[in-house]
Ligand binder design. Structure first.
Ligand SMILES: NC(=O)c1ccc[n+]([C@@H]2O[C@H](COP(=O)([O-])OP(=O)(O)OC[C@H]3O[C@@H](n4cnc5c(N)ncnc54)[C@H](OP(=O)(O)O)[C@@H]3O)[C@@H](O)[C@H]2O)c1
Length: 354
């Protein structure tokens, strides 16, 4: 029997608990959450120390979010040789190299499939491709909340506020949606996915991001008149230089990511030999995310090879600003060719034309 400790009994944690409760090969024997859940969890309720010191726990599944406690437990758990699975993009993007090298050093696994793209089996296939082909470029819709808002505005002519409210009612958007709207959530996911595919170290604070918090229906109608579809993307490329940015983009209707609607996510990998690979699916939600965690657990139980990191170098982000950009000042739009970052930053809304 493989004993598991679950950290966080919220949306994702409860999903993992439910999906594992009838399994005969694994058993959740400890759960850590705030004292308010003590009664609900009964004898499963455990402290950080109890989990770390329990030699029968072989795997820790972390779905609390945040960095402070998550970092302490993941680091200590890996150091003690316990496998760790997490859905927490914040802590993964901040300590990516440290977690992977601790896992390598202590012969255990660190897996984080649910941290990017929710339920899409994305990181594992992308990593596998990067081991036999060269991933040269990645385009991704990696945030379900903002894709939901953009879809509702373009397909149903709802205002920004109406679309945001609907996303909150459906449980996609947080009460404070600013990290999603400003692109910070996609920065973290872009860093994890790009680091994994390019086999390089990349830092969150080095990534340029433009947001969608200033969009309105006039802007949407202007973009539609130009025959384009608006999507909010993570764009990265690495050949000699790294370029990683999070930016709205105007796509032609035939672009694979134009078809990704509502809370779905989609990622296109442009590979040297295998050309273009697009993966899509539910980017968030209790069961899709819990399912991605179970995918990691299966890999661990089957003894799949861990992510290998040979000595990786830190890449400086040198964003490629070439090409055409659509800018909107709240009244009028225009197209700028290869503008400087400072010029773009002076507009409330910018989008790259792909
Ligand atoms: N929800 C999704 O669809 C989704 C998708 C992909 C990835 N993720 C990631 O998965 C993680 C969990 O997300 P979630 O939506 O499940 O969040 P959530 O519903 O807020 O659940 C987190 C749980 O952990 C508890 N918790 C938080 N900090 C704690 C601490 N310091 N000590 C003890 N317990 C603590 C929370 O308690 P309280 O409720 O009492 O605060 C809550 O029960 C996050 O990193 C998120 O980014 C979520």
């Amino acid at each position: 029997m493989n004993n598991i400790a679950l950290l966080g009994f919220g949306t994702v944690g409860k999903g993992v608990f439910e999906l594992l409760k009838d399994r005969r090969d694994v058993s959740i024997t400890r759960v850590l959450d705030l004292p308010t859940k003590k009664e609900e969890l009964g004898s499963l309720y455990s402290t950080k120390e109890e989990i770390l010191q329990d030699e029968n726990i072989s795997t820790i599944i972390e779905c609390m979010g945040g960095d402070t406690l998550a970092y302490e437990i993941i680091k200590e758990g890996l150091t003690r040789g316990k496998n760790v699975i997490t859905s927490n993009k914040e802590t993964v993007s901040l300590h990516f190299e440290e977690y992977l090298s601790l896992a390598q050093e202590h012969h255990c696994c660190f897996r984080f499939e649910a941290s990017v793209g929710g339920g899409i089996p994305l990181l594992d296939p992308a990593y596998q491709i990067s081991c036999f082909d060269q991933v040269e470029r990645i385009e991704g819709i990696l945030n379900g909340t903002t894709n939901f808002i953009l879809s509702k505005m373009q397909k149903e002519n709802l205002s920004f506020q109406e679309s945001l409210k609907l996303a909150q009612e459906k449980g996609f958007a947080e009460r404070d949606p600013s990290a999603d709207l400003q692109g910070l959530d996609m920065v973290r996911k872009g860093v994890i996915l790009s680091s994994l595919c390019y086999h390089k170290e990349i830092h969150n604070e080095d990534v340029i991001h433009f947001g969608i918090e200033h969009i309105d229906l006039d802007l949407i109608h202007d973009i539609q008149k130009r025959g384009k579809v608006l999507r909010f993307l993570m764009l990265s490329s690495y050949q000699e230089k790294l370029s990683l940015q999070v930016i709205p983009a105007l796509l032609s209707p035939s672009h694979p990511l134009s078809q990704i609607q509502e809370e779905y996510n989609g990622v296109t990998l442009y590979c040297k030999n295998n050309s273009l690979v697009t993966l899509s699916g539910k980017g968030a939600g209790r069961y899709p995310t819990a399912s991605a965690i179970l995918q990691d657990l299966n890999h661990i139980l089957e003894g799949a090879a861990p992510f290998r990191r040979e000595k990786v170098s830190l890449l400086k982000n040198e964003v490629d600003m070439s090409g055409d950009y659509y800018v909107y000042d709240g009244k009028e739009s225009k197209i700028l060719s290869s503008p400087s970052f400072n010029t773009l930053s002076s507009y409330p809304f910018v989008a790259k034309i792909l």
